[in-house]
Design a protein around this ligand. Structure first.
Ligand SMILES: C[S@@+](CC[C@H](N)C(=O)[O-])C[C@H]1O[C@@H](n2cnc3c(N)ncnc32)[C@H](O)[C@@H]1O
Length: 271
């Protein structure tokens, strides 16, 4: 039918619509996500991105021994468990009960336990100034409509001098089709189109929502929340790494970045 709604489009969504879609999507996709990527992510390991960068090498979180750490959008929480083995007191938080079910199963298999909380990153159930480090690998940030509010919420729970590190799809990827092959090498979308990518059902209800901000937008949101940006890491595609993950592939990875990792600090004297 000519007037059928497209299954995927770019259109504005409200926070409530994004949250509802995210909730349903990650609950129903959790098994498939872990089946596809669980071996790469590991059970007690922190990988920042499909390029494979490990925290063990990158040390973006600094020395975490004795630190109170919060992982947002932790999924199966392999990163939180790895940080536990490094001496941190870690809490894993995720919106999705399906993901947290995998986190509990992996904790039982590995014997590495961390507290797990089901909550929305936009409303963290923690007091002000209580964590030394907050981080996420591709969790929460790309899925909330109001990411400026998320930056403020992270600033609220961080102590002065605390660190906020998050990885996301590199904003420049948004000009390309979501395709790991040759078709994904041609610029087709405006980098400046901030409308989110939305998959929707036949009635137009969003089933998956992912948000785009430019690099400048991300930095402005961090600065407005009181952060000082100390690094922007663009992991290079490693020699000999042949694994494709969605739109991330050796072909594209050798030509342009697929991941951006923001490292920011809440200045001391701000809580
Ligand atoms: C791409 S997965 C990443 C999971 C994990 N960090 C990893 O590296 O495998 C995104 C995760 O973010 C979670 N998420 C999405 N929106 C969220 C929100 N508003 N608050 C908390 N978690 C959220 C999802 O449930 C999902 O587990």
């Amino acid at each position: 039918m000519d007037d059928a709604l497209p299954p995927a489009t770019r259109r504005p969504v409200t926070d409530a619509e994004a949250r509802a879609a995210g909730h349903r999507w990650w609950d129903s996709d959790a098994d498939a996500y872990l089946a596809a990527h669980g071996d790469f992510l590991g059970e007690v390991d922190l990988r920042w991105c499909p390029e494979g960068l490990r925290e063990e090498q990158a040390r973006l979180l600094g020395d975490v021994a004795g630190a109170r750490v919060l992982e947002l959008g932790c999924g199966a929480a392999a990163g939180a468990r790895w940080l536990r083995t490094q001496g941190a007191a870690v809490v894993g938080l995720d919106l999705s009960a399906g993901m947290l079910r995998h986190a509990r199963a992996a904790a039982a298999r590995t014997g590495v336990q961390v507290p797990l909380v089901q909550a929305d990153a936009l409303a963290l159930p923690f007091p002000d100034d209580c964590f030394h480090v907050v981080f996420t690998a591709f969790g929460a940030v790309p899925f909330v409509a109001d990411s400026a509010a998320l930056m403020r919420e992270v600033a609220r729970v961080l102590r002065g001098g605390g660190r906020w590190v998050f990885s996301i799809t590199h904003p420049m990827r948004w000009v390309f089709l979501d395709d790991p092959g040759e078709r994904g090498l041609v610029a087709v979308h405006s980098y400046f189109d901030r409308r989110p990518y939305v998959e929707q059902d036949s009635r137009g209800a969003a089933t998956y929502v992912e948000q785009h901000r430019t690099l400048g937008d991300r930095i402005r949101e961090l600065v407005a929340a009181g952060f000082v940006v100390t690094d922007l890491v663009e992991p290079e595609w490693p020699e000999g790494h042949e694994r494709t993950w969605g739109q991330w592939s050796p072909l594209r990875g050798r030509l342009f970045p697929g991941t951006a990792i923001f490292v920011a600090v809440k200045p001391d004297g701000h809580g």
